[in-house]
Design a protein around this ligand. Structure first.
Ligand code: CS2
Ligand code: MN
Length: 361
């Protein structure tokens, strides 16, 4: 595995490449071109400039999160082939720049959904949280505005104001898209891009739906072992792979995370490792918050998660996922420096222990 951190680019991130470079063991960043909109072609020049900037700081551009898939492709509109052709061109340009990992998601309208971006925990840190009652009380149209207000003035990935301004229109676009249709549109997209992925050895890694169930009546399909395996079989090519995000699959406690990692052996190309703390698991009051990375702060056995990655031979980039806001830091919710740095070292500690234990028999 390669330890990485997500970086939003010098115009959007409060964290610098120089800071990331000083986090023990981190050798790469995962980034994207934030000035692009889904559907447009990424030029080779722009990709090259990003790569140069990262390399000048002594780091590697280890992958892209995300090349977002535009709504026409997701709903299967008449013009989807045009946008798929653009996506293919972007992939070819990434391949020519020697980038071989692309994370993306196939969630309708909203990317991840939370009801609070700064819930205060007992130790005074703040975290992202989800509360079912709050979701049930919100009009989906208002969610975008409230997320924006809670974002510390940053642009939340997946919640770009330009897209959210059209949220009603987006709901309209998806009104006839059920789970089966969305799945077929995803398969159609993947089959179309596999040739370019094979040509340049680009590993596509789908990010799971977060939370792992339908919100605001919008269907969600990448949320369980059964569904992700169905996708792996539908397009049975190693370049059709997975971002294993423990915090997203883990929102549904029925998902057995280490087991899922084992059955997905060989198809996990990217790992997001984080923990969740559940306060209530009853249907009406479902409530969780994003804990720090260590096992005892949350509900997941982080040792078993990292061990399953190790034992299945995972060799892709791994990154700490959302962190808490601590030590007075002001940053994009979930993406401050300090707590993610702690997460990165913790994950590496687990990895080293598991590896040495295995090697020494
Ligand atoms: C990420 C997602 O910050 C996050 O919650 O895990 O936004 C993720 O980057 C996208 O869903 C991937 O396309
Ligand atoms: Mn994730």
């Amino acid at each position: 595995m390669e330890m990485t951190m997500r970086w939003y680019g010098s115009r959007y991130d409060t964290v610098t490449l120089q800071q990331i470079r000083q986090v023990p063991g981190v050798t790469g960043v995962i980034s994207t071109l934030y000035d692009t909109t889904p559907g447009e072609v990424w030029t080779r020049e722009a990709i090259h400039a990003l790569k140069e900037e990262v390399e000048a700081a002594g780091l590697r551009l280890s992958g892209i999160e995300s090349v977002n898939v535009c709504d026409s492709i997701k709903v299967g509109d008449a013009d989807r082939d045009k946008y798929i052709a653009n996506y293919i061109e972007t992939l070819a340009n990434l391949g020519k720049e020697d980038i071989h990992l692309v994370c993306y998601n196939f969630m309708p309208v909203f990317d991840w959904t939370r009801t609070e971006l700064a819930r205060v925990r007992a130790d005074g840190s703040t975290v992202l949280a989800y509360n079912q009652k709050a979701i049930d009380a919100i009009d989906a149209n208002d969610l975008a505005a409230s997320m924006d207000k809670m974002s510390n003035g940053t642009v939340l990935p997946g919640w770009e104001p330009e897209r959210m301004a059209k949220v009603q229109e987006l709901f309209e676009m998806y009104k006839d898209v059920d789970g089966e249709k969305l799945f077929q549109n995803l398969v159609y997209f993947l089959k179309a891009i596999m040739p370019v992925c094979n040509e340049y050895d680009i590993k596509m890694a789908i990010h799971p739906d977060d939370p792992a169930w339908s919100v605001f009546g919008l269907t969600r399909i990448i949320n369980s072992e059964k569904n992700i395996l169905r996708l792996m079989e539908a397009v049975d090519d190693v370049h059709n792979g997975v971002t294993f995000c423990s915090g997203s699959y883990g929102t549904n406690l029925e998902n057995d995370l280490p087991h899922m990692i084992r059955v997905l052996k060989g198809r996990i190309h990217f790992a997001h490792v984080r923990n969740l703390h559940f306060n209530d698991t009853s249907r009406e009051n479902y409530d969780f918050e994003e804990a720090c990375h260590i096992s005892k702060d949350g509900n997941f056995d982080m040792y078993e998660i990292v061990k399953a990655l190790y034992e299945t031979g995972f060799d892709g980039p791994i990154r700490p996922d959302h962190g808490r806001m601590i030590w007075g830091e002001k940053a994009m919710p979930g993406y401050g420096l300090y707590d993610r740095a702690l997460g990165a070292t913790y994950i590496q500690g687990l990895w080293e222990a598991i590896e040495k234990n295995a090697q020494r028999g």
